[in-house]
Design a protein around this ligand. Sequence first.
Ligand SMILES: [Fe+2]
Ligand SMILES: [Fe+2]
Ligand SMILES: [Fe+2]
Ligand SMILES: [Fe+2]
Length: 403
Amino acid sequence: MDSLIRVLAQALDMVEIAYIGASTNHGKRIAVLCAAMGRYLGMGEDELSDLVCCALLHDNALTEFIQLQRGSEEDTIYLGPHCEIGQRNLERLPFKGDITGFIQYHHERADGQGPFLLLEGYYPMGAELIAAADMIDVNLHLQRIAPEGLPALRQGIAGDIHRRFTRRAGDALLAVLDEELLASLGDERIVETVNRSVPAWIMDMEDPALVPIAEFIARIIDYKSVFTRIHTQQIANRAWVIAEHYGYDLTRKIQLYLSAALHDIGKLAIPSEVLEKPGKLNDEEFKIIQTHVVHTRALLDADEGLGPITEWASNHHEKLDYSGYPMGKTAADLDFNSRLMACIDIYQAVSEERPYHPRRSHADTIAILNSMAERGKIDPAIVRDMDEIMAPWSGKDVEGPRL
Ligand SMILES: [Fe+2]
Ligand SMILES: [Fe+2]
Ligand SMILES: [Fe+2]
Ligand SMILES: [Fe+2]
């Protein structure tokens, strides 16, 4: 469970590649640099883990930010909203201390030339450190700097103190940025570096704090697509209601809820031109979309603590009769919760409004699921249960868990 945040950070780093054209592993490098600077500045473990989590997720509003940008005529990168939304998104996560302003001000400069025009001393240390790391990584692509480039890099940092960097962040950067740290930021070593140097959030499956984390993940995934704004969150809420109906214990309920929140996380790696294409997809585009479940599995495989969640989430497009994807599994390969995830995903997709169909009532949705069950594609017993459990929510959004 300790690396759920890292799973999300990995997915966010994939968004950056696909959209902004920024280099790979950006969030991870910022986290490693912040951990090193934080330790140098004498932060305690709790403070450090809050800082690192913010650093890993500092560009979490990228998916929403891209939507905002698309909506405007403006082509230039408009930094302010992505800072504000990113801060708001993080606020419900279970931090140990106060992270106010850490994301909101992560593009400020000591000389007041940042998006919120704040001078050195007027934004919190967490933001100073993230901003300093972000600035050098975005401008200089740290993973590509050879050891010979280090003196020039250090000189540049020293010259920009009180301009781009605050005194505190600049000094900390200079103190930690040696050949060894620089070498550990390369693309082939960064994952190992993060695992070694970044404190983890340890949580167990009964921790109610997992619910806001799941909601946060669902929100980020849903923002990737204008057409399906509530898809993931509604699937998670439906999963919760169904898990309660079946009398699952708290661990099982949270597992199913998380699996629902994570099922489409691989979509973050799919280019928007394909994901958002208004017309019919050609064969090649359809194949690209289908790879989202391959990405989901690869991302979730990185966290051993997820247990069965990975399987349930990654199987959501499999059918009982070989006709699903990506593996073309059969009934014998699919356990109950995998079949359930498939049914909930179809229920939500069929019932929610899409560019090519209006919102559908419960009865119309169940009719479609029944015809699939009759053709041997999905589990008829689950469809019968869903008919009963989901009926009260016909035409309405399902409410999420209250813990
Ligand atoms: Fe940013
Ligand atoms: Fe960034
Ligand atoms: Fe999917
Ligand atoms: Fe889905």
